[in-house]
Write a protein that binds this ligand. Structure first.
Ligand code: ARG
Length: 269
């Protein structure tokens, strides 16, 4: 199992809150501890730095409580970025903020033509781009992503609203290995995943509900919620090195480590 250095973009949860409900985890009546959210996020950021990765920061904007979920800010592969278009109006203004950051950082940005929520629904595994649809990213966006990135896109149908983004139901562990919750996918998509990844790790519903599949792997170290202990054990048995982090406050918005992390693949101009 060998780790490669990664470059991530993150957004401090300075204005984090649960003020609206756009997924089943969000309950605006339930209090969130923003200070704790920031401390937990800082710990995640430190974990990446300790692993030798680079973390860039985008300035959080007031009035955008979900902007901490940087994975939804874009998809960046081979130094090229595809901008996002959010399904829900509450998050719409995040899209230009991420697009501007990437442009200023020197990444050529392709405009979004259809609803797509970035790495929430687009995951790179080896040469493939796995693409989720059903709740957020539209199917039309998958075809656009294939044109932009020149990688074969595999469409996967999500069927459980609790696992509304692909990155809540499936984790990329290394170039050939994924972990996923089978029942979060349609029967046809489960068959596709079995065909492409016969040796995949399958997660339990309990681990997926702990956001265990919202994991960030560098090929060896897998950063995942500390509560997903069954998945951590399965990964350890396969020779990976799971690292547990606690993001209990961000989970109240339906997010975990991967949601907070946008990978910048390939160098900018
Ligand atoms: N509250 C946010 C939303 O519903 C959470 C986004 C989580 N991000 C992710 N990549 N799964 O849009």
């Amino acid at each position: 199992m060998h780790a490669t250095r990664r470059q991530y973009l993150m957004c401090r949860p300075t204005y984090f809150a649960v003020e609206y409900a756009i997924n089943p985890w969000m309950d605006p009546a339930r209090p969130v501890d923003r200070e704790l959210a920031i401390a937990q996020w800082d710990q995640l950021r430190r974990t990446y730095l300790e692993l030798g990765h680079t973390v860039d920061d985008i300035e959080p904007l007031p009035g955008l409580p979900d902007m901490v979920f940087a994975a939804n800010g874009a998809t960046v592969i081979d130094g090229r970025a595809l901008a996002v278009q959010f399904r829900e109006p509450q998050r719409a203004d995040e899209a230009p903020a991420y697009r501007d950051w990437l442009e200023q950082a020197g990444f050529p940005v392709h405009e979004a033509k259809h609803v797509n929520e970035g790495e929430g629904d687009f995951l790179v595994v080896g040469d493939y781009l796995l693409a989720g649809t059903g709740f957020r990213t539209s199917h039309a966006a998958h075809a656009h992503a294939q044109e932009v990135f020149g990688r074969p896109v595999v469409t996967l149908q999500l069927v459980d609203p609790c696992f509304y983004h692909l990155d809540t139901a499936l984790a990329v562990i290394d170039e050939q290995t994924i972990a996923y919750l089978p029942e979060a996918f349609s029967a046809g998509s489960q068959a596709v995943l079995r065909r492409l990844f016969p040796d995949a790790v399958t997660a339990s519903l309990a681990d997926a509900a702990a956001f265990g599949l919202n994991a960030v792997s560098d090929g060896r170290h897998v950063v995942l919620p500390v509560q997903a202990d069954g998945l951590a054990t399965a990964l350890r048995e396969r020779g990976y090195h799971p690292i547990g982090v606690d993001l209990s406050e961000l989970r109240k918005a339906g997010g975990g480590p991967k949601c907070c992390t946008l990978e910048l693949r390939g160098s900018s101009r």
